[in-house]
Structures are given as C-alpha cells and as structure tokens.
Design a protein around this ligand. Structure first.
Ligand code: PGA
Length: 248
C-alpha cells in the first residue's frame, strides 16, 4: 500500500434535485469521519446548496466541467473563476462523456486543466480507452496520448493535477476493470508522470468505472490506485459511504 492519502470523489453527472441532494449530503456528512479525502462533483446549479451543506464538514465539492476561457462571450459555459467563488476544490475535466458527446479534444481538456489550476482548483483529468481500442491493443497508446497533452500544457504544474483512469467500457456498464487490468494502466500512467514531474510519487491516480461497495476494496488495494471516481454508486449515501470506508 502506498503512503498517498486516498481520494474518493463522487461524480453525480446530470442527477439530483434539491430534496435528493439534501438527503444524500446529510447521509455522507453524517457518516464522518472518513480515513480518506472525500469530495462530490455536482451539477452547476447545485454548487451553492452543496457549499452550504458541506461548509462545516471536511467533505469537499467540485464541478464536472469548466470552460478553458476566463470570461467572455461563451454562452452556456462556466468559468473556473465562477467555480472558485463557490468554493470548489475540484473540477473534473475530460470525462469520456464530454469527449464523446461534446467532441472535446485532448488539447481542450488540457487547456481546461490549466485554467483550473490557475485559479487554485485541482483538475481531475480523466483518461481512458474505449472497448474497441482495448480490443485493438491500443489502451496504452490512447491513455498516454491523452495524458501527454495535459502534461505538456501544464508544464511545471503537472504534479498538481489528479488523474482518473476510466476505461470507457467500464463506465455505467457494471463491467469493472479487474484490479490487475486497472493497476497495469495506473502503473503506466505513473511512469509517464514520473518522466515529467518530480512529484509523481505523491500524485493521486483514481480509478473510475462501475466501482461499487463490493469491488472497491480490492481495486483500492492496488499499489497505484489512489481512490476512485464514482458515478452511479455516488448517488446512494450508503453505497458511497461504503466505498469511502473501503479507501481507508
Ligand atoms: P460509474 O461512472 O461509476 O457509474 O461507472 C464513473 C464515471 O463516469 O465517472
């Protein structure tokens, strides 16, 4: 096991309502303390109420995307400056759903990560291959290419990001990467980080993709898996709390 403190971050995606959020956040805060860092990444309209609900706790909050621009005529976009005003600690960038449905390029993802860091918000940079890419033996090349764009754009700040390996074929499918499959990619990513920054050994690399209470502990026990980015199971307090407990 590594000395890195684990991080479990919920990715609510486009789910929630005032009442559901209140119940979920109460369930999470009521289960403290946790032996890992815990965060929730919520839809933009719910940042304000999330900040209020978590203010007196050590649970952190963040967003699921941001603009690469500071401000301007970008209808529908949200800047990292705005996220900072809501106390966001994290922002997910480059989630496969953004890459797939919004045609986000490796460079755009990298620019978003740079914008976040410039405002003191930690980007959780997602990388991961599709099933077709895995079956074609392209997994290593794909994740390396995705991470490489971010490393080059962040330069000496690269050590400040969090990386999340999320195989696209495991997201929301109930099909999890085996701990060995995940560890192999995490080790590859850490080696890539090691070549770029002196801080690689202390950086968090999260696994995401159908993490559940019953598979979290074995995934988190892998030497280069430093926690998880949790989608579906982050919407039920009992499941999310159980996953956080597995990251002791
Ligand atoms: P999942 O989603 O846990 O529902 O598979 C993970 C993610 O997309 O971040």
């Amino acid at each position: 096991m590594s000395a890195r403190r684990k991080l479990v971050a919920g990715n609510w995606k486009m789910h929630g309502s005032h009442s559901a959020n209140a119940e979920l956040l109460a369930g999470i805060t009521g289960a403290r303390p946790f032996a890992c860092d815990v965060a929730v990444c919520v839809p933009f309209p719910y940042l304000s109420e999330t900040a209020v609900a978590l203010a007196a706790s050590d649970i952190r909050w963040g967003a699921q995307d941001c603009s690469a621009h500071d401000q301007g005529s970008y209808t529908g976009e949200v800047s990292v400056g705005m996220l900072a005003e809501f106390g966001c600690r994290y922002v997910i960038v480059g989630h496969s759903e953004r890459r797939q449905y919004h045609q986000e390029s490796d460079q755009l993802v990298a620019d978003k990560a740079r914008a976040a860091l410039a405002r003191g918000i930690t980007p959780i940079v997602c990388v991961g291959e599709t099933l077709a890419q895995r079956e074609a033996g392209e997994t290593d090349a794909v994740v390396k290419r995705q991470l490489s764009a971010v490393i080059h754009t962040l330069g000496h700040c690269a050590g400040e990001m969090v990386v999340a390996y999320e195989p696209v074929w495991a997201i929301g499918t109930g099909r999890t990467a085996t701990p060995e499959q995940a560890q192999a990619v995490h080790a590859l990513l850490r080696a890539q980080l090691q070549a770029a920054t002196a801080h690689a050994a202390g950086m968090k690399i999260l696994y995401g993709g159908s993490v559940k209470p019953d598979n979290a502990a074995t995934l988190f026990a892998q030497p280069d898996i430093d926690g998880g980015l949790i989608g579906g199971a982050s919407l039920k307090a009992a499941d999310f709390v159980a996953i956080c407990r597995a990251a002791a």
